[in-house]
Design a protein around this ligand. Structure first.
Ligand code: AMP
Length: 476
């Protein structure tokens, strides 16, 4: 079969063709899945055969079901309606890098397993371990865990892993980036030698290849897209802009876009919080999600975003990893990542499951070196535009208040429209401590958010004029 025929046959395959059990098929139908995604069509038969797998697939491709469905199918003979913990040994272990991904993966597993007696549970750090122990002790077949918290449970003897027959390392590249290798080694040493191993990674670095050589047994290699490729249905764009003008440009982009929601990435937790706060003051229903927030705050922010109560979610790479947000139309890189692979992960949040998406990056002159690396990695030149910012959009201009944060660095704004990418060198901003008490306060969750336009009207008492954003294609 040539590649074309193979793709066609993968496209026409059904879940029933993959010989999944009726209780699984029923759950899939209820989830609204009609046909397997390419990664599912490729992975499911191999996992059912018992092969180890090294799969190159980013979030949004349906990779969770690609390992969860055959896993459930293989565990079905162990399903038991007994309440005895002895009848519910941990048989599959899914290790993930972040709490958010852990929650999402386990939600999916639960949904697919709902017509079976297989139990699943998620454990992650940042919450009181004692709340998790009783659930573990009741017994579960499928355990989703972040490595650190799993080790805590192992130490406390609240979990036994001697019956594990399947291991999944999800987002393995991120686990390595986050320094989980020593934890992974400790956990893997406690598992039975005879087991099936599945590794999923969005990117194939040399470290990933090393990890796969170490932990996988003659793995089958599958890739749904070229490694390090970005989703084809995502329109990528770069705006060249001074760092100090990014906030104004972001506000313009948000107002001028048809997108109902956007996920905005920043490099640091501080910028994420600061940006959320600034946007909230401007009437945008924004919230931030990052590692310094409590688990509850992160879950609440994510839920509010999923329900559309928050229209702009600002996230750091770690916090956003694996977020499963359906139909997210726009991702904005407020700052581009210094690790090119993070770019691939970030823009994987949009254009999921065949939908189209937009990924916009605001790139300052200081960041252009990272852009070069990104373009090298994705083997593609991203379209570049120079943004013109209308100063009327600035909160500082409207209210007469002194701007803060990166606005400290602004020189006085001239009236009217001005090309952002100035040719006049800007003096370096003095690095001084913030006198704004907000920066010294711990994060306070925002109240109930209102959609952008509505909130603006409320804050001014009368409807504000729509401010047009003008973007000029940069001459090549
Ligand atoms: P994942 O890559 O596992 O994070 O999945 C991305 C999204 O696609 C999730 O919202 C899944 O519920 C959804 N999804 C996974 N498989 C399918 C499928 N076969 N048909 C439709 N949606 C799917």
């Amino acid at each position: 079969m040539d590649q074309h025929e193979e793709n066609r046959s993968l496209n026409t395959i059904s879940f029933a063709d993959l010989k999944l059990a009726p209780e699984i098929l029923k759950a899939l139908a209820e989830s609204g899945y009609t046909t397997p995604t390419p990664i599912q069509a490729q992975a499911i038969p191999l996992v059912l055969e018992g092969c180890d797998l090294m799969a190159g697939a980013q979030t949004g491709t349906g990779k969770t079901a690609a390992f969860a469905l055959p896993m459930l199918q293989k565990l079905l003979p162990h399903a038991s309606s007994s309440t005895s913990p002895a009848r519910h040994a941990v048989r599959a272990l899914i290790l993930v890098p972040t709490r958010e991904l852990a929650i999402q993966v386990e939600e999916s597993v639960k949904a697919y397993a709902k017509h079976s007696h297989l139990r699943s549970l998620v454990v992650f750090g940042g919450v009181d371990i004692k709340t998790q122990t009783p659930h573990l002790k009741r017994g579960v077949e499928i355990l989703v865990a972040t490595p650190g918290r799993l080790l805590d449970h192992i130490e406390m003897k609240s979990v036994l892993l001697n019956q594990v027959q399947m291991l999944v390392l999800d987002e393995a590249d991120r686990m390595l980036d986050m320094g989980f290798m020593p934890d992974l080694k400790r956990i893997l040493a406690l598992l039975p030698k005879q087991r099936q191993n599945l590794m999923f990674s969005a990117t194939f670095s040399n470290e990933i290849k090393k990890l796969s050589a170490e932990f996988l047994n003659r793995p089958k290699l599958i890739e749904v897209a070229r490694s390090n490729a970005t989703a084809e249905n995502v329109t990528q764009k770069v705006y060249l802009v001074e760092q100090a003008d990014k906030h104004a440009l972001l506000a313009q982009l948000l107002r001028g876009s048809d997108a109902t929601q956007a996920l905005v990435f920043t490099k640091t937790k501080l910028t994420a919080s600061r940006l959320a706060k600034q946007l909230q003051k401007e009437g945008v229903a924004a919230d931030a999600i990052h590692g310094d927030k409590t688990q509850l705050e992160r879950i609440q922010a994510l839920d509010a975003f999923k329900q559309g109560k928050v229209t702009v979610l600002i996230a750091t790479d770690v916090a956003a990893r694996g977020l499963d947000i359906d139909q997210l139309p726009m991702v904005i890189n407020y700052e581009i990542p210094s690790a090119a692979e993070d770019y691939v992960h970030r823009i994987g949040r949009t254009g999921r499951a065949g939908a189209s998406g937009t990924a916009i990056s605001l790139v300052s002159p200081e960041e252009e070196k990272y852009l070069v690396e990104i373009e090298k990695l994705i083997k593609h030149q991203i379209q570049k535009e120079t943004a013109n910012i209308l100063h009327a959009t600035r909160e500082s201009t409207r209210t007469g208040r002194a701007p803060r944060g990166e606005h400290h660095e602004r020189s006085h704004a001239s009236q009217g429209e001005r090309a952002v990418r100035g040719h006049v060198p800007r003096p370096a901003a003095p690095k001084k401590a913030s006198h704004d008490p907000w920066f010294d306060k711990p994060y306070e969750p925002s109240g109930s958010a209102t959609p952008v336009k509505q909130a603006e009207q409320q804050s001014s008492g009368k409807p504000k004029k729509e401010v047009a954003a003008l973007f000029v294609r940069r001459p090549s």
